[in-house]
Design a protein around this ligand. Sequence first.
Ligand code: ATP
Length: 356
Amino acid sequence: MKRRVVVIEGEDASPEAMRPSVEVIDSLGLPIEWIRPPVGRPALESHGDLFPEEARAAIDAADATFFGSTSGPSAPALLHLRWGLGTYANVRPARYLEGARSPLAEPAGVDFIIVRENLEDLYMGIEGEVEALDVLSLENRFSHRPISDMAPARFALKVISEEGSRNVIRFAFDLARRRRAEGHPGRLTCATKYNMLPRSDGFFRDIAVELAAEYPDIEFESFIIDDFGHRMVLHPHALDVVVMPNLYGDVMSDTAAGLVGGLGLAPSGCYGDDYAYFESAHGTAPDIAGRNVINPTATLLSGAMLLDHLGFGDAAAALRTAIEALYAEGKELTPDQGGVATTTAFCEAVRGRLGT
Ligand code: ATP
């Protein structure tokens, strides 16, 4: 039976990476039906709505979604994919490919995964004027000054729930266990700011400590996020799977991408209990739009994660191997990696390697 995958190309330079990447994956001859519902600008033109019901229904009925990057028009679809479908675990691998441009002296062998909580923390869109906090008589815990004294000022609310934390931390432990079976160390690192935020980040960490007892085969460690950042840059080889709340995960995973070659190489997948979607970690790269130079590696590697999710593990491995071979050879690389190849030339070279 064919697996159905919704494709949303996104905006700016994103379609330039998505189109040839889907062609590469399609060339593998797998039983995948690609569905392109009207989302974003095409939807606005045909339905007067950026995310019509038809598109929502197509996403819900599909086995997964392959998403580009959005600068706005496709954002309603992304909000549905994330909050509507409860995809709470954002998985962002940071794996060095030999030949990629890394600032590290010895990048070979760096291979870890950041699992970022995807739905909570400061990303709930709850902000306001500090005067609104007057009714709660909130004061600075350290200066004891009423928060409203700081006006004019704004606040943003950070919420860490027990269920959300359990979901993502359990996901990360399970991932560490699966990786251990493949020869990785079997280690989970939790990074929070539990010292300054004992009741919110401390709660997240406590849940991680509690769940660690259920995973005696997985070595567990916990660091304060700033200490973690320092360790990640100095000793990235020591990391296996890392779990953290949303904001830190967002920042640290882009930083991790920088360590192993930049955003052009950083894939991601967002998983919930019933749905998953896949997107490169980078944005729409508007500064290079229309030039056919966006590096499609992040998109292709996100596609490999999609293939794994659909049960096409051999095809995913073949795609990764083809990409790795191109980097190792240093040929057909895009300008962000010091090469002169176009996006489409890179994708054609991947197909050449795949023999498709
Ligand atoms: P967002 O807020 O959505 O993350 P942004 O503009 O902050 O978007 P990106 O769109 O990721 O960030 O771009 C940051 C820089 O990295 C830009 O200069 C962009 O051209 C570059 N960049 C991002 N992705 C790629 C890629 N795949 N290939 C080449 N350059 C890229």
